[in-house]
Ligand binder design. Structure first.
Ligand code: CAA
Ligand code: NAI
Length: 246
């Protein structure tokens, strides 16, 4: 097992990619704090995973609320005597063409996808420093690296995630903390459910692997970056997108 006794915080862990990661990490021996806004799914999925003998607890929080984030990280660290891994996976979209994009939808996407990553990381870093070792994995996107029609807000946020990743890799490397990003391509979760069928078809046609990603494809990349196998990987953006853009 690759994560025996590690304490892993996975934001957005109650659905989609985060849920696949919660299951995979717990099967690899981690104690998983599934941190999510969605209480209904969080309570249900954490209990399902516990019934398989895995160590998974759900913590309800909105990552865009700084105070709540700090409080929840404190509870997790107190429960399991510290934190080793943070996966900043929670994210939302509010897609619209530029001329139709409201400033409130622009701000909300930045609040969750950028401020949320900042709050969670700032709250967790002291626990990683205490251990002298730690892993932070941020979730960017193919939209953040190449842009995407209808995603001014989301592309801005996911590009910002890359900027923060590289900055923190430089700041925290000397403290034994690796900071990396994963940039998934279009992946089969509820996030792509609202995308028009013809856009999905266009996207699949551009992928050399000729399919969408599956949540487990992305979770596997998180696992590599969270495990000791990647101890000398720092400040990288790992594209897990079937080669859609090269
Ligand atoms: N590429 C090229 N042209 C596109 C396009 C695309 N990806 N998407 C839309 N267009 C074109 C349409 O064909 C249309 O062209 P015409 O005016 O010539 O007919 C024009 O843009 C306007 O499109 P709509 O009629 O659909 O306009 P709308 O205002 O009703 O909807 C939209 C706009 C909300 C952006 C909608 O097109 C949409 O949802 N597009 C998909 C956006 C998308 O890809 N989101 C990704 C979600 S998954 C995710 O975010 C995960 C991740 O990290 C990748
Ligand atoms: P999803 O919608 O299935 O899951 C996102 C999770 O984040 C949900 O459980 C949701 O409740 C949670 N969440 C949303 N806002 C929150 C908040 N304010 N506080 C706490 N939790 C919140 O989406 P998916 O696809 O699993 O997305 C996971 C990450 O992967 C996101 O950062 C997304 O932007 C990114 N991504 C997804 C891609 C895709 O095609 N599905 C492609 C590239 C990146």
């Amino acid at each position: 097992m690759k994560l025996t006794e590690k304490v892993a915080v996975i934001t957005g862990g109650a659905n989609g990619i985060g849920l696949a990661a919660s299951e995979l990490f717990a099967k690899e021996g981690a104690k998983v704090a599934m941190v999510d806004f969605d209480e209904v799914s969080g309570v249900e999925k954490a209990s399902e995973l516990r019934s398989q003998g895995l160590t998974v607890e759900f913590f309800q929080v909105d990552v865009s609320s700084e105070e709540s984030v700090h409080a929840v990280m404190e509870r997790i660290a107190a429960k399991w005597d510290g934190i080793d891994i943070l996966i900043n996976n929670a994210g939302i979209t509010r897609d619209a063409m530029l001329h139709k994009l409201s400033s409130s939808d622009f701000k909300r996407v930045l609040d969750v996808n950028v401020n949320g990553v900042f709050y969670c990381t700032q709250a967790v870093v002291p626990y990683l420093v205490e251990k002298g070792k730690g892993k932070i994995i941020n979730t960017s996107s193919v939209s953040g690296t190449y842009g995407n029609v209808g995603q001014t807000n989301y592309a801005a946020a996911k590009a910002a995630v890359i900027g923060m990743t590289k900055t923190w890799a430089k700041e925290l490397g000397r403290k034994g903390i690796n900071v990396n990003a994963v940039a998934p391509g279009f992946t089969e979760t509820s996030m792509v459910a609202s995308v028009p069928e013809k856009v999905i078809e266009q996207m699949i046609a551009m992928v050399p692997m000729q399919r969408l990603g599956k949540p487990k494809d992305i979770a596997n990349a998180y696992l590599f970056l969270a495990s000791d196998d990647s101890d000398y990987v720092n400040g990288t953006v790992l594209h897990v997108d079937g080669g859609i853009m090269m």
